[in-house]
Design a protein around this ligand. Structure first.
Ligand SMILES: Cc1cc2nc3c(=O)[nH]c(=O)nc-3n(C[C@H](O)[C@H](O)[C@H](O)COP(=O)(O)OP(=O)(O)OC[C@H]3O[C@@H](n4cnc5c(N)ncnc54)[C@H](O)[C@@H]3O)c2cc1C
Length: 382
């Protein structure tokens, strides 16, 4: 895509988000319900299939177009952006490494927005240590038998398909595509959450759950590697979501302060308010610049540099989202603390961006590894 095509696409998604998604964002959060109106809107613009190849019913959109779509949706509704991006993440290992047969079985229905797909790494024992997972897959006649449990899985219920990372031996892991009707599979406890309340989050339980042989993705011993490569590609999407939340909160703060009077003048005339708004704008544009640079690098390769930049972008965008949404609440005074104003929801939605897809402490470890390990990445090699 050329620059003007990206901008045209951005305007189309922005219009859709303003007209079809924003009006329901508050209710979706309040009632903790799946944003069905947003899913209809995504279908109308064929967004569900944006990243998938045309041969699989997708639009073949590149990472930049995905980032733009997520950013514009998150600007008005964090939950809707999560419902949109999780199936993209979940099907990335399949699209990159899966068999043609398995892709044809799964991707077209998800691309058409008929159902979702979830990405299943985290377990009750922990999410940061990917190699510590305990869910086991054992090869049996005709397929694999899975036992274990996943925790905090997004879009549960809306998803028909679950991409599950499971241990196949002491030091190897496979990715298994599980259908929601698989024998031995059930959804466990649903979480009650601070934010992102429109995307259902729950445990998944596997009790002698049978997965046919053809539903393992690629090489059953290379799942860990597939997931690491996938995370390098999907961290920019989570970054875009955080950036969208920050931009949305900045929009709200500017509108509110430009319309509110205190001491006989507009609040937006006060220097301390202007200084805060300036810092928010600087933070948002800095995060956007790093994210777009990361997208460029990710388009060139999926190596250590791409991983380093993905972690930098994820950290900066999510820390920016937390800071900017908190400041936006501050600039609304007492009203910012009330559910009648979108910034209250945005601040709650922003928090999780510092936690998931690898916490920001883990991202900082990855950035430091990149700086020390990759020649020329830091100012100096120590
Ligand atoms: C709303 C929500 C939705 C989610 N959706 C999904 C999903 O769809 N799929 C999925 O697989 N997961 C999902 N997750 C899980 C998420 O990715 C994990 O919560 C996250 O990776 C952290 O894992 P944990 O909660 O087990 O924390 P832990 O790993 O137990 O970490 C606890 C604390 O210790 C810190 N810590 C851990 N190790 C280190 C270290 N080496 N150095 C420094 N600090 C460290 C962490 O940063 C954190 O502050 C979701 C989580 C939430 C809250």
């Amino acid at each position: 895509m050329k620059l003007h095509e990206y901008e045209e696409f951005r305007h189309q998604v922005r219009r859709l988000a303003q007209e079809k998604i924003r009006p329901h964002a508050g209710v979706v959060d309040e009632e903790s319900r799946l944003p069905r109106d947003s899913i209809d809107a995504f279908r109308a613009m064929a967004l569900n299939g944006l990243p998938f190849p045309e041969a699989l019913g997708g639009a073949g959109g590149d990472l930049m177009s995905q980032v733009i779509a997520v950013e514009e949706v998150a600007r008005v509704c964090g939950s809707s952006s999560l419902v949109l991006l999780i199936p993209w993440a979940a099907l990335t290992p399949l699209v990159w490494f899966g068999s043609e047969e398995l892709k044809q079985e799964i991707v077209p229905a998800v691309a058409a927005g008929q159902c979702g797909a979830s990405f299943c790494l985290t377990e009750p024992g922990g999410g940061s240590d990917l190699r510590g997972i305990r869910t086991r897959a054992e090869r049996v006649a005709g397929g694999w038998r899975i036992n274990g449990q996943k925790r905090f899985i997004s879009n549960v219920g809306w998803s028909d398909w679950y991409a599950v990372l499971a241990r196949v031996s002491d030091n190897a892991f496979g990715v298994f595509m599980l259908h929601c009707d698989a024998p031995g599979f059930r959804i466990g406890r649903h979480e009650r959450k601070m934010g992102m309340r429109g995307s259902p989050t729950a445990d998944l339980i596997f009790e002698d759950c049978m997965v046919p042989e053809h539903r393992v993705v690629g090489d059953p011993e290379r799942g860990h590697d597939y997931m690491i490569q996938t995370l390098t590609y999907t961290r920019p999407l989570v970054s875009a979501q955080a950036l969208g939340l920050a931009q949305g909160a900045l929009d709200e703060a500017v509108t509110y302060t430009a319309g509110r009077d205190q001491f006989g003048t507009r609040v937006s005339r006060f220097q301390m308010v202007r200084g805060m708004v300036a810092d928010m704008a600087i933070a948002v544009e800095s995060a956007r610049a790093l994210l777009y640079r990361t997208v460029e690098i990710a388009g060139e390769s999926n190596d250590g540099r791409a991983r380093g930049f993905a972690s930098m972008a994820k950290t900066l965008c999510s820390d920016t989202a937390m800071k900017v949404t908190t400041d936006a609440v501050q600039l609304h005074g007492g009203y910012g603390y009330m559910k009648d104003y979108a910034v209250e929801r945005m601040m709650r939605d922003a928090k999780v961006s510092q936690i998931w897809e690898g916490t920001n402490q883990i991202q900082r470890l990855l950035v430091a590894k990149y700086v020390y390990d990759e020649p020329g990445s830091g100012r100096a090699r120590v």
